[in-house]
Structure formats: structure tokens, C-alpha cells
Design a protein around this ligand. Structure first.
Ligand SMILES: Cc1cc2nc3c(=O)[nH]c(=O)nc-3n(C[C@H](O)[C@H](O)[C@H](O)COP(=O)(O)O)c2cc1C
Length: 319
């Protein structure tokens, strides 16, 4: 299935509370977990790590790793947990990830990635997809990227999400690696031209639905990360403008009030309210009094009566 729009996996951001909130804004977008290492999925506390609300679906799990056996076991577990897609991270450039031999450094090892995908596909009937860059370091963007895609495609991967900039593996922080290497959207379009049978999803620096629609003239899907998190109202346009669904009226108060039952039930289960409300800050972007609203939300703490306090917040700021 082709997902024309998705919200990018982001560590420390797209946790289950964030995704539940995003799902209130868009029914159709594909959502992703943060990257989870296959070892943690296989050997860790699965029930806690992989917990999510069925309302978050369609939901893809993103994994890191380069051990075909562990990845295959993790894929089997992910299918049991009901995820709708399994994505392998070949784009993260952090030092820690490089040392663990996964993420972007694997762009230099297409055969190993192909073995991983093959093993994963053998243990699940779910789509197994790859998120990568247009290259790393000195990799020549044309020939090497095509070779990488060709080899990995032959192992059964049909969908490639491509962050349209290289990762520089030495000397740049992960944050800089999302900003400094130049964006090259045309390279991603060219990939789709060369491999028309593949689903190619473009990612990196996309900040509006207008721009997303423009990209969709050349590729199959668009993935947005930071803009969706920092200014989540953008997601309220997706179902209507990208998927041609009927326009629905969404407002700040409607969104916040619709989260109340979730917040109530999560608090009942011991979740700290700030673990949920921290993801809502972007909703107030550009509003008069945004600073006060954020300050108020941050101050709501589990030790006081958090639910009452949140309801007070609603009555004070949203009619
Ligand atoms: C805080 C943060 C955490 C991220 N964590 C992940 C991750 O876990 N897996 C991944 O593939 N990409 C991760 N990324 C990269 C994003 O998925 C995306 O590729 C990148 O931000 C470029 O898209 P954007 O310009 O729309 O944000 C992260 C990005 C940010 C800002």
C-alpha cells in the first residue's frame, strides 16, 4: 500500500503519546515509532517498548540494527504486536549508531542490508521498507545510490524513504546532519525515474502541504518530520488536501478537549501528564499568549491534581 503522506520517526518525539495526538489531527497519514534497536525488541521489555493504542494505526515500527537474525526475530515480534509496516533505519548518522554498525553507515554495505531485508521478509508478511539518505561521505550520489537501491530492492524491499541529503559521518552532529549537507530533491526524483516500479518517498526540509503536493508530482510519498512536530496544525490539512477526504473543521479547543479522555486514562495508568502535554506545545505557535499557555502546561505536574489543572488550563485559554 502506498502512503502518500507520513510523519517521520523522531527519537524523543514520536513516542506513543505524540502519535496519539497526531492521529487526532490526521486520520490518513502513516505514523512511525521512534527508532528501536532490534536487540531491545527481542531481549527487552517488549510489552512496554512496543505498547501503543490501536487508534494510532496505520502505524509503522522503525528498527535499527544490522544482524539479520535479530532483525528477523524483531520483525516476527512486530507483526505479533500488530504494526502495519516495518522500516529499517539506514539514515541515522550518530556516532553511537555508527559504532553499533547500524544507521547511515550501512549505506556503504548494500549486501549486508539486502541480507537483513531478506531475513526480515522471511519472518513477516508485513511490508519491509528502508529509510536512507542519498549517500554518505564521499559516496558518489549517482552511481552509488543507484547501486544501493538496486541491491536492496533485489532482496524484496519495494519502498524507499529517502532523506534528500547526504549524511557526513565524521565531524557533524546528528542535528547538523539534518541541516548542513545540501538538500537535493532532484536526486530523489531521478531515483523514481530510474526505478519506476518502486515506491519512493521523499523526506527532508519539507514544510508545507503545498510543497508536499508539488513533490507528489514526481514521487509516491512525502514524509515530514520537524515541521509536523513544531507546527502540528499542518497535519490537519493532510486528509483533505493530500487524500481528497472531505474537509472537517478542526480547532485548538476541539483538539485539546478530544484529548481529555486519553489524558484521564493515561494518568490513571500512572503516566505523568507532562509526558503527553510536552508534545502539544507546537499547537500554540503564533497565538497571542502562546508563551503563557506553554508555561502553564509545563507547570502542570502529577503531584498536584494534574487532570483538574489541565481542565483549568482549558477553561482559561480555550473557550
Ligand atoms: C529529534 C529528531 C529525532 C530523529 N530521530 C530519528 C529516528 O529515530 N529515525 C530516523 O529514521 N530518523 C530520525 N530523525 C530524522 C527524521 O526522521 C527526518 O529524516 C529528518 O528530520 C528530516 O526530515 P524533516 O526535515 O522533515 O525534519 C530524527 C529527527 C529529529 C529532528
Amino acid at each position: 500500500m502506498i502512503h502518500k503522506f507520513s510523519v517521520a520517526p523522531m527519537m524523543d518525539r514520536t513516542d506513543r503519546h505524540c502519535r496519539y495526538f497526531h492521529r487526532k489531527l490526521t486520520q490518513r497519514s502513516l505514523l512511525y515509532t521512534e527508532m528501536l534497536h532490534c536487540n531491545a525488541i527481542v531481549r527487552g521489555d517488549k510489552n512496554n517498548l512496543l505498547k501503543y493504542s490501536p487508534k494510532e494505526q496505520p502505524l509503522a515500527i522503525q528498527m535499527g540494527g544490522s544482524d539479520p537474525i535479530l532483525l528477523s526475530e524483531a520483525s516476527e515480534i512486530s507483526e505479533e504486536f500488530g504494526f502495519s509496516e516495518i522500516n529499517l533505519n539506514i539514515g541515522c548518522p550518530s556516532d553511537k549508531v555508527q559504532k553499533g554498525k547500524f544507521g547511515a553507515v550501512l549505506m556503504k554495505e548494500p549486501e549486508l542490508v539486502a541480507r537483513c531485508i531478506k531475513a526480515m521478509k522471511n519472518s513477516t508478511s508485513l511490508p519491509v521498507t528502508v529509510k536512507c539518505r542519498i549517500g554518505v561521505d564521499e559516496m558518489e550520489e549517482n552511481r552509488h545510490l543507484d547501486e544501493f537501491i538496486e541491491v536492496v530492492h533485489q532482496s524484496g524491499c519495494e519502498t524507499f524513504i529517502v532523506h534528500a541529503r547526504k549524511a557526513w559521518l565524521q565531524g557533524l552532529s546528528p542535528k547538523d546532519n539534518r541541516e548542513i549537507p545540501p538538500l537535493n530533491y532532484k536526486r530523489v526524483y531521478k531515483l523514481k525515474e530510474k526505478f519506476p516500479q518502486l515506491n519512493v518517498v521523499i523526506n527532508g526540509g519539507i514544510t508545507s502541504i503545498d510543497d508536499s503536493l508539488e513533490h507528489l508530482k514526481y514521487v509516491d510519498g512525502v514524509m515530514i518530520g520537524r515541521k509536523a512536530y513544531d507546527d502540528p496544525f499542518i497535519l490537519t490539512e493532510v486528509d483533505n488536501r493530500i487524500y481528497d477526504e472531505e474537509k472537517t473543521f478542526v480547532s485548538l479547543d476541539k483538539i485539546l478537549v478530544s484529548l481529555l479522555p486519553y489524558i484521564k486514562s493515561e494518568i490513571g495508568n500512572g503516566t505523568k501528564i507532562t509526558h503527553i502535554t510536552k508534545h502539544l506545545m507546537g499547537l500554540f505557535k503564533g497565538l497571542n499568549g502562546a508563551k503563557d499557555m506553554r508555561k502553564h502546561l509545563v507547570s502542570i505536574d502529577n503531584d498536584l491534581d494534574p487532570l483538574n489543572n489541565f481542565e483549568f488550563f482549558l477553561s482559561k485559554y480555550v473557550a
